[in-house]
Design a protein around this ligand. Structure first.
Ligand code: FEO
Length: 166
């Protein structure tokens, strides 16, 4: 059985993973509308992964006898300044999510909930992969510059197969 505090933090994380999914969907749609199908595909797939993260939390809270809350989500931005700026926002957002996962872990430790402490390690590792995957794209964008964007978009389409799963 989850303590109220751990349940509260897990529910907060459900909202944050769900918002991440919607944020990446909005970015995917924007990228696709600007002719960047590869970047769009990467972000659509990322949006699916974030939805899976939200589901993992929902199922875990329920399995541990808590009440999972499926919240309303605020609307993500519709327009982005540019591709590099957008991926910098993705990185900033993932760093925020890493901090948020760490807070769930910290609360689980304080509450002596060792099952959650153990369960959430998957997310701790996932965040290392996700931040790294986004940093790789930012590095490529820096290298390619505006002129190389067409080829980079093709590359990123191929990168999808090596991106973190789940
Ligand atoms: Fe589920 Fe990208 O954090």
């Amino acid at each position: 059985m989850l303590t109220k505090k751990v349940e509260e933090f897990c529910n907060r994380q459900i909202e944050r993973e769900g918002y991440s999914s919607n944020l990446y969907l909005a970015m995917a749609s924007w990228a696709e509308s600007k002719g960047m199908a590869g970047i769009g595909a990467w972000l659509y797939a990322q949006a699916e992964e974030e939805r899976m993260h939200m589901l993992k939390f929902i199922k875990y809270v329920t399995e541990r006898g808590g009440n999972a809350v499926v919240p309303a989500f605020k609307q993500p931005p519709v327009k982005y300044k540019g591709v590099k700026e957008m991926f910098k926002e993705v990185l900033k957002h993932e760093q925020f999510i890493t901090g948020s996962i760490n807070e769930v872990l910290a609360v689980a430790i304080i509450e002596k909930d060792y099952a959650t402490t153990n369960w959430i390690q998957w997310f701790v590792n996932e965040q290392v992969e996700e931040e790294n995957a986004v940093q790789i794209i930012i590095d490529k964008l820096e290298l390619a510059g505006e002129a190389g964007l067409y080829f980079l978009d093709r590359d990123i389409m191929a990168l999808r197969s090596t991106a973190p799963t789940e």
